[in-house]
Design a protein around this ligand. Sequence first.
Ligand code: PMT
Length: 425
Amino acid sequence: MSVFKNKNIILGVCGGIAAYKSAELVRLMIRQGAQVQVVMTQSAKEFMAPLTFQALSGREVRSELFDLNAEAGMGHIELARWADLIVIAPATANTLAKIAHGIADDLLVTLCLATKAPLLVAPAMNQQMWRNESTQMNIELLSRRQGLSLCGPDAGEQACGDTGPGRMAEPDNILKSCGNLLKSCTESHESAHKGLRLKGKQVLITAGPTIEDIDPVRYISNRSSGKMGYAIAQAALDEGAKVILVSGPTALDAPQNAELFLVRSARQMYDTVFQRIDSVDIFIATAAVADYRPIKKIDKKIKKNADKLTIELVKNPDILKDVAALLNKPVSIGFAAETNDIESYALDKLQRKNLDMIAANKVGETEGFEGDNNELHLFWRPRVNKRKSHKKTEISSKKLPYASKKQLAEQLIDEIVLLFVTEAN
Ligand code: PMT
């Protein structure tokens, strides 16, 4: 998805011959999914008609600091708050100087002073004006105080006949700089909201399918790719957890820093989990464990002599159920993969296996397994004393709508942290 999607951008246009290029910039931003509000200085209107920007942005151009109509709707302070990004292109020496020194005598400068949004400027001016010590000092001041981002200016032939730095950067390049700035703001916003909320916690995750051998060349398994479990392992690592990943055979690379144990059968998965469970705080069973295995593995390849062949199966141990039955059980989260009656089967597993939470998902030929996306329906009960079972009532639920498994994993970890970790600390 474009980083511009649904972003609110104020495009400030100052008076300069390069103002005509800003029309193209509006078009590019809108095409990327942004909402663009153009704000023109008085001198910008000498170069470009506001109507052009209005037609391209679908919004009335704003210029006046005190405009009765505008203040009745979205006033200048609301507009400053509305913005996710302010871009000034072209930015003149005059406007840069006013922002640097806090001279709020027009709408554009006022918005720059009143906003928390990042500011990107694409200067355009005569090369000597750009080189002037005052301009350079203002740029430095803005970079230090407001974290200003600069795009350009480019060097070359100028409209006044000079040659040197001062040409406005091309709209394509300004768009790229805006994209990078929005991306880094989104990332730092996300990491500020995350932190390391699982620091000091051990999370054990089972993932992928298990394989139950019939003979040396044939086996019973399922379509689990491991993607969901590996994404959860990564999301837990991102929150600072120590992660133990017990995985059936998959084609995936394990997340760096996870302690990986590769297993084949349900019984191997069971043993590997129980060798490590004592120190585990949170257990998440994402694996599609085979419920049954052949009662015995035939040593040699079975010959196809008979018209009918019966393979007797025996039930595998239930890893999740046994973990949740431990006296000192970790927070126990299961998954329910169902083709039908998802909610009732999931609730049954939540109760029967004495889980803290279950993530239900629909599986089928095109759903749940293998793909990069999924949707989950979470059901949980408040955590009670480890030795007691949950009461039958008090079940809460939340739908995590269709999204990438990476996003779902992050949301699931977020819910687990909020419900079971923060509360327990
Ligand atoms: O791996 P992907 O391709 O990304 O697909 C993800 C997924 C569909 C496999 C995953 O989202 C999922 O639903 N995993 C659980 C699959 C499953 O086996 O569900 P179940 O309803 O049969 O089992 C219920 C729970 O008990 C599960 O948490 C399972 O891990 C656990 N279990 C089941 C049997 C058993 N012997 N031991 C267990 O621990």
